[in-house]
Design a protein around this ligand. Structure first.
Ligand code: PBE
Length: 306
């Protein structure tokens, strides 16, 4: 586990070591101690939140937090990808440096790192999210058996968390993890497919967003539908395209919308143009998180940029 982690971040790690060495060389004043005690955490963070993909729902929620909290006035969000955010988080923790990241759960980041969500008194990130299954209008009449399966699929939070950790161990091969899970949970699959008639090769398209929980639940759904004779295509897209694809009928279903905070704006925009079959996961959450060694607990403990 340690080995593969180093393999992945090796390049970035040696790059930042080089930068660090350069920084030391140019420091001739030698009063680092004084600088450290006078600079605030917010200043050390350079008033920057380490974000994820520009197209993520949470990227908009982070911008909303920046707009609405006085303590975040003048802050910026640096977007890149979930992978880059996790690398930056890991490096900060290795060096006991401050960092503030866009975080969400379920995700293995909470098992791997000692991190905490910052309190969000304005509830910009909401309290609890659920991941819901939405299908195109008309699916119920066109494909009643697929509809029944999609309507039944539901994962308990600990089951999902365990699967996400297992996936990390095999380099995020979600097809393999989903196959193992389906093989080991035949009873659950039988429950979901009770009374369903075999499909005989009917095509069904599922869209999904590029994050781990969705990769697992959607790959399991694919296998369950295939067991029933469906021909299943998975199409990875951004959240905005996901809603558009279901609303236009280009795609049949998705298990990826996070509600009510993360994708609420898209949900409202397309409301009436899809059918919501209800949660496939409950007890999810999004927010801003920091390593536990940081002595702040709330977004309001941060300071505006001058
Ligand atoms: N996430 C994980 C996604 C949804 C699932 C919170 C990074 C998003 O922000 O769109």
């Amino acid at each position: 586990m340690v080995k593969s982690k180093w393999k992945k971040i090796g390049l970035t790690a040696s790059l930042s070591l080089a930068l660090f060495a350069a920084g030391c060389g140019s420091n001739d004043g030698g009063n680092e101690q004084a600088e450290e005690t006078t600079s605030s955490v917010s200043e050390e963070l350079e008033y920057t939140i380490t974000g994820i993909e520009p197209g993520a729902g949470q990227t908009q929620t982070n911008d909303q937090a920046i707009a609405e909290y006085e303590s975040l006035a003048g802050w910026e969000q640096e977007t890149s990808s979930a992978g880059a955010m996790l690398t930056a988080l890991g490096e900060a923790i290795d060096n006991e440096e401050p960092i503030i990241v866009a975080a969400w759960s379920p995700h293995y980041m909470f098992a791997q790192y000692d991190i905490k969500y910052l309190e969000d008194p304005k509830l910009i990130f909401g309290e609890e999210e659920h991941i819901t299954t939405i299908v195109r209008n008309g699916l119920k009449d066109d494909m009643p058996n697929a509809y029944t399966i999609l309507d039944s699929i539901y994962f308990e939070l600990p089951v999902l968390e365990e699967a996400l950790l297992a996936a990390k161990e095999i380099d995020f091969d979600f097809e393999t993890i989903a196959q193992q899970w389906v093989d080991e949970n035949a009873e659950k699959v039988a429950e979901w497919t009770e009374g369903v008639e075999p499909a005989d090769g009917a095509s069904i398209d599922l869209v999904l967003t590029p994050w781990d929980a969705e990769a697992f639940t959607t790959n399991v759904t694919k296998l369950v539908l295939e067991q029933q004779g469906f021909d299943v295509t998975l199409t990875p897209v951004d959240p905005s395209i996901m809603f558009e694809a279901i609303a236009s009928g280009d795609s049949d279903a998705t298990l990826s919308p996070w509600m009510p905070a993360t994708h609420g704006a898209y949900y409202e925009k397309y409301e009436g143009q899809f059918e919501d079959l209800g949660a496939n996961v409950e007890g999810a959450r999004i927010g801003l998180a920091v390593p536990s060694y940081m002595e702040i607990d709330s977004i309001e403990d941060l300071e505006p940029a001058e």
